[in-house]
Design a protein around this ligand. Structure first.
Ligand SMILES: NC(=O)c1ccc[n+]([C@@H]2O[C@H](COP(=O)([O-])OP(=O)(O)OC[C@H]3O[C@@H](n4cnc5c(N)ncnc54)[C@H](O)[C@@H]3O)[C@@H](O)[C@H]2O)c1
Length: 312
């Protein structure tokens, strides 16, 4: 049993992670402002070893006390996604970057930090680029930049760290996000029965949110073997193009019409294959297929229309 501090535990990844860790008997504390979904942790108050502190991670005195009391630190709280960070620039920098700078000063050699960032800075504008952990990260959005700089700080100043560069996450969570590409395509398919694609051959890599949780649990168990390193984290069979993804959805949701538009550009310039070999060689392989995730999401969006709109 470990003592784990998760910031942003009420979020898309955090609410699934807190749930699994508590089921496994760990002691979990989370700090979250409950910005989006006030109920995503309701099912966890039953556990005696769960504590939610509804507060701001930017309060250094609060974080100092909590970091001392916990072995594992998983800092998830952030303003997530390019549009949100563009809208609230100052808050994005203080939440995504300044808080990580502060964390670097607070952790000791007793702490173990697992940091999640995005792989979205790979392969910008480079068609069919094949990326591993040595490929340069060149994020273009403020979101990408804050996360990339956060990773640099963690790797430089935190002795016991493991960093993951995540593929685009999909699947259902207690705090749902329908802005993520697979979730968005399925929710649009259900709502409009039509998907309009531009630059349909751009490739991406994907991973189910439960596989992200499983990777964190694997990391906790194998920390010493994995530490002081950065790993790509994605489903290796899911390096696929937008059109392939749309067809997979159409296979399960026959009413869907796919329209290709040739005169528009995708502002997101990612077009890449991502290698997940480094983490796979250490013994972790993402397992949940896109087809399983699509099937789950179709049920979610068909039966609960509110899930489609509750992002930010
Ligand atoms: N979901 C993805 O596809 C993905 C991919 C790569 C990396 N990540 C990283 O994983 C982490 C979690 O992402 P997510 O998708 O769960 O996002 P999310 O928006 O669902 O969750 C973020 C949580 O942080 C909380 N929060 C924000 N500012 C706070 C503050 N100042 N104090 C306390 N709480 C605050 C919010 O209330 C929210 O519950 C982020 O660091 C993100 O960069 C996510």
């Amino acid at each position: 049993m470990s003592k784990i501090l998760i910031t942003g535990g009420a979020g898309y990844i955090g609410s699934m992670l807190c749930t699994k860790l508590l089921e496994k008997g760990h002691v979990v504390t989370t700090v979250d402002l409950l910005k989006y979904n006030k109920g995503s942790l309701n099912h966890l108050y039953f556990y005696k070893n769960f504590k939610l502190i509804c507060d701001d991670i930017r309060k250094v005195s609060l974080m100092k006390k909590l970091v001392r009391q916990h072995e594992f630190i998983i800092p998830l709280a952030a303003l997530v996604g390019a549009p949100l960070c563009e809208k609230y620039k100052k808050e994005a920098i203080s939440t995504n970057l300044k808080s990580i700078k502060d964390l670097c000063n607070l952790v000791t050699k007793k702490n173990k930090v697992i940091y999640l960032t995005t792989n979205s800075g790979y392969g910008i504008g480079e068609k069919d680029k094949y990326c591993d952990e040595n490929s340069p990260l060149k994020p273009i959005s403020l979101y990408g930049k804050t996360k990339c700089d956060g990773e640099d700080l963690v790797r430089k100043y935190i002795r016991n760290h493991v960093c993951f560069r995540l593929a685009t996450v999909f699947g259902h969570s207690y705090r749902m996000r329908s802005d993520l590409l697979v979730n968005n395509f399925v929710s649009t398919a259900i709502k409009k029965k039509k998907l309009t694609l531009f630059e349909p051959h751009f490739r991406r890599n994907f991973i189910h949110v439960r596989d992200v949780v499983n990777a964190v649990i694997f990391t906790m168990k194998n920390f010493n073997r994995l530490k002081k390193n950065v790993y790509n984290l994605g489903l290796s069979s899911a390096n696929i193009s937008k059109i392939m993804l749309a067809r997979k959805i159409q296979k399960q949701y026959k009413r869907l019409k796919i329209k290709i538009v040739t005169n528009r550009k995708d502002p997101d310039k990612r077009d890449y294959f991502v290698s997940n070999k480094k983490i796979e060689k250490k013994g972790f392989k993402a397992q949940i297929s896109l087809d399983e995730g699509i099937s789950e999401l179709i049920q979610v969006f068909l039966n609960d229309k509110e899930k489609i709109i509750n992002n930010y």
